[in-house]
Design a protein around this ligand. Structure first.
Ligand SMILES: *Cc1c(COP(=O)(O)O)cnc(C)c1O
Length: 381
């Protein structure tokens, strides 16, 4: 289907084309000099000690759990409104996801009070997710983690490039022990497929680097540079490497990130003010009180449950793509039997009422206005 307004659209031009072409012409395609450059530039931008590029965001989460030695018998507290990757990777290392409820429908990030209540002897980590690029209550959550000696992992896939004023102006993904990013095609920074891990711990960084490439003590690029001719394998690792083609695209995307996020924030603020002008009690824009205080990854609204699916059909008929972020993970088949959770009242209501509207740097203000008007018509039918 050719959407008039797709949900998201990558923000690439000749610069990325030239960067990819240069890498092809350089003769080195796999993980090498461009990846080293991408990692250094990402760490510098995010003001953290280490950035380790990987093949995707799910691999980043998997390596985060492994580096923190989370496994059999451990519980990992996390929100059930998230992409399923964090929960899947929790299970992949043999640990048990424990879902905690959200603060509210319009502030759908994990509730610190609920996190506190979910902690027990088995709890080893908390995974937070900065929904739509809006920060979780990081100061409070970080304190809870320190007090209870549990690890803090940030699924920062929505939040790349946003400084959290509530957390010492640190970038999302650099506040906890490990931050995980995805560079999938619909993210604010894309390399097609790709991901990044950030940490300030030398020890965690070394483990992640080792596990990223088969647990080997050297990688091909080191051997090529003549730094090493042989290797040992010190852990049962994976091939979660990125490649230099993607890293060269990522370097360009990183330079454009601030401009893209700025545009996203302006459009988010326009959405919020349009809906507020409409003055309807049946549409609530998430974080509507401060729509620009985030990375602007998603434009999400809460509708009455009974109008939600009909509104999406109406939008689709007008060429406007919408989506839902996300179904509640505890209700998905692979999780529904194994979950031992707190009551998830806000979570389940959110999952039945939320829709996501188009938001990307190439969207125009007229586009946002048309989308808001079309949604209003849908609800007035
Ligand atoms: C995209 C995304 C992921 C997974 O990243 P992939 O690169 O697709 O593996 C995980 N969590 C969140 C919140 C995401 O948006």
């Amino acid at each position: 289907m050719d959407w008039k307004y797709p949900l998201s659209e990558p923000f690439l031009d000749k610069e990325e084309q030239h960067a990819a072409l240069d890498t092809i012409q350089s003769g080195w395609l796999s993980m090498g000099p461009k990846t080293e450059e991408f990692e250094s530039a990402f760490a510098a931008k995010m003001e953290c000690r280490h950035a380790i590029a990987v093949s995707n965001g799910t691999a980043a989460l998997h390596l985060a759990f492994l580096a923190l030695e989370i496994g059999e018998g451990d519980e990992v507290i996390q929100p059930a409104i998230n992409f399923v990757a964090a929960a899947n990777m929790t299970c992949a290392v043999g640990a048990q996801p424990v879902f905690s409820d959200l603060i509210s429908l319009v502030e759908p990030t994990i509730d610190p009070a609920q996190v506190k209540a979910a902690i027990n002897q088995k709890t080893r980590a908390l995974v937070v997710m900065h929904y739509g690029g809006y920060p979780c209550h990081m100061r409070e959550l970080a304190e809870i983690c320190v007090e209870n000696k549990i690890h803090l992992i940030e699924d920062a896939c929505h939040g790349v490039g946003y400084r959290d004023p509530e957390a010492g102006n640190k970038f999302l993904g650099t506040i906890g022990d490990i931050g995980c990013f995805s560079f999938f095609a619909n993210k604010n920074l894309t390399t097609g497929e790709g991901g990044m891990i950030t940490t300030n711990s030398d020890q965690l960084a070394a483990r992640v680097r080792n596990l990223r490439s088969h647990g080997m003590t050297t990688v091909t690029w080191d051997r090529h540079k003549g730094h090493a001719s042989s290797y040992d394998v010190i852990a049962n690792g994976f091939n979660y490497r990125i490649d230099d083609l993607r890293s060269s695209i990522g370097l360009v995307q990183l330079r454009k990130l601030d401009a893209g996020n700025q545009k996203r924030r302006q459009l988010a603020a326009l959405y919020a003010s349009m809906f507020s002008e409409q003055g309807r009690s049946d549409v609530e824009y998430i974080f509507g009180a401060s729509p620009a205080n985030g990375a602007g990854h998603l434009a999400a609204v809460i509708l009455p449950a009974r109008s939600r699916d009909r509104a999406r059909e109406y939008l689709a008929a007008a060429g406007i793509q919408s989506s839902m972020h996300y179904p509640s993970i505890d209700r998905l088949s692979a999780f529904s039997e194994s979950c031992n959770n707190q009551p998830l009242q806000v979570t389940h209501e959110f999952a039945s009422r939320q829709i996501t509207l188009p938001l990307y740097p190439g969207l125009t203000e007229e586009g946002v206005e048309e989308i808001c008007e079309t949604l209003e018509q849908a609800l007035s039918e």
